[in-house]
Design a protein around this ligand. Structure first.
Ligand code: PMP
Length: 342
């Protein structure tokens, strides 16, 4: 290896595909995961962050020294902090207090200022998205270099990131041998952008959404009505409205994935494949297994491995937290078991 990258941003995207042996063998399909956790900010959201900033530079709304403001569940904040740091823009992130400490620490460690707000419904003016929009407007008026609101939910630069990069990468990596693509939606940028690209290569590809409990897309795509039921410990996914990025998306298969279905899939991957993933990846893989069973054996299905388990260590791998919710506990964290049986 003699080549050196000239910039950290050159490492965003071009992530490998990994065959997930357990899920593939259980379904008789090839289930492949795109290793988005290898992006430099540690998640799929680096792609959207980079493209949102690049498009804002190109259309002149982001000027040298301008501030980038965003409301986020975390990973977009990490991505924007990384991109802002690399390109010299200050970054301010507004985040609900309920999100994991690990993600808050990552945002600070990438140099962004973090403002934590109480969780509030989207209809409330104090919801983190509205709060961040107002902050960007105020800063844009008062700061000579201006400010932009990244607006990942409705800014189509998010979806275009995946249309330009994720989709074509998957098509190339599978050599066109792909029958289905499925993932969960936070903003919907990954799902809608990747689906648009893959459909342009292969119109008959099956596109699925894996929706955590509490989110409204499952009922929307199966019954035409936005309705969320229950709740989930996953973060970064589970939307209750049709965002700008989801508008116009056609879904062929929709699944509701409960935490109790997703967690054993995650734990098996840790124990048997050395893969430690976050909850959204667990929902994605459980969704890919459902799609595999619906499409039948011999098919190739791709999904997203959005980030790693360490980002949620206090929840996904914390037996007390899981027990308090009545959820499955990773067998190796059971301190009651003797080493011989653990
Ligand atoms: N997984 C995780 C861990 C995330 O943080 C996000 C983004 N909120 C997603 C999945 C969903 O990505 P998208 O916003 O593109 O729908």
């Amino acid at each position: 290896m003699t080549m050196a990258y000239s910039h950290i941003l050159d490492l965003i995207g071009s992530t490998p595909l990994i065959r997930l042996d357990g899920p593939s063998d259980a379904t008789g399909c090839e289930i492949l995961g795109k290793a988005e956790f290898l992006n430099p900010g540690g998640s799929v959201k680096d792609r959207a962050a980079l493209n949102i900033v690049r498009e804002a530079e190109a259309d002149g709304t982001l000027r040298p020294g301008g501030t980038i403001v965003e409301g986020t569940a975390g990973n977009t904040g990490i991505g924007l902090a990384l991109v802002g740091g690399a390109l010299g823009y200050p970054v301010i992130i507004v985040m609900p207090r309920t999100q994991s400490d690990e993600k808050k620490q990552a945002i600070r460690s990438f140099g962004a200022r973090l403002i934590e707000v109480d969780a509030a419904p989207f209809s409330s003016p104090n919801h983190f998205v509205h709060y961040s929009r107002r902050l960007a407007e105020e800063l844009n008026a008062s700061n000579p270099a201006g400010a932009i609101w990244a607006n990942q939910f409705d800014n189509l630069a998010n979806r275009r990131a995946h249309e330009k990069s994720t989709g074509p990468e998957i098509w190339q990596q599978t050599g066109g041998r792909i029958d289905g693509f499925i993932c969960a939606a936070g903003t919907g940028g990954t799902l809608a952008g990747t689906a648009a690209s893959l459909r342009s290569f292969k119109p008959e590809i099956a596109i699925g959404v894996a929706d955590p409990a509490g989110a409204a897309l499952y009922s929307y795509y199966t019954q035409g009505e936005l309705r969320g039921e229950g709740s989930s410990i996953t973060e970064g996914i589970g939307v209750n409205r049709i965002t700008g990025n989801l508008e116009g998306l056609k879904i062929d298969h929709a699944y509701r994935i409960e935490d109790a279905e997703m967690l054993p899939v995650l734990y098996d991957l840790v124990r048997h494949e050395g893969l430690s993933l976050g909850g959204s990846a667990g929902v994605n893989i459980a969704g890919a297994m459902r799609l595999a069973r619906d499409l039948g054996p011999g098919k190739t299905i791709v999904t997203m491995l959005c980030d790693v388990g360490a980002r949620y260590a206090g929840k996904l791998f914390n037996p007390e937290f899981l027990a308090s919710r009545g959820l499955p506990i990773p067998p190796w964290t059971d301190t009651e078991a003797s080493p011989a049986t653990a």
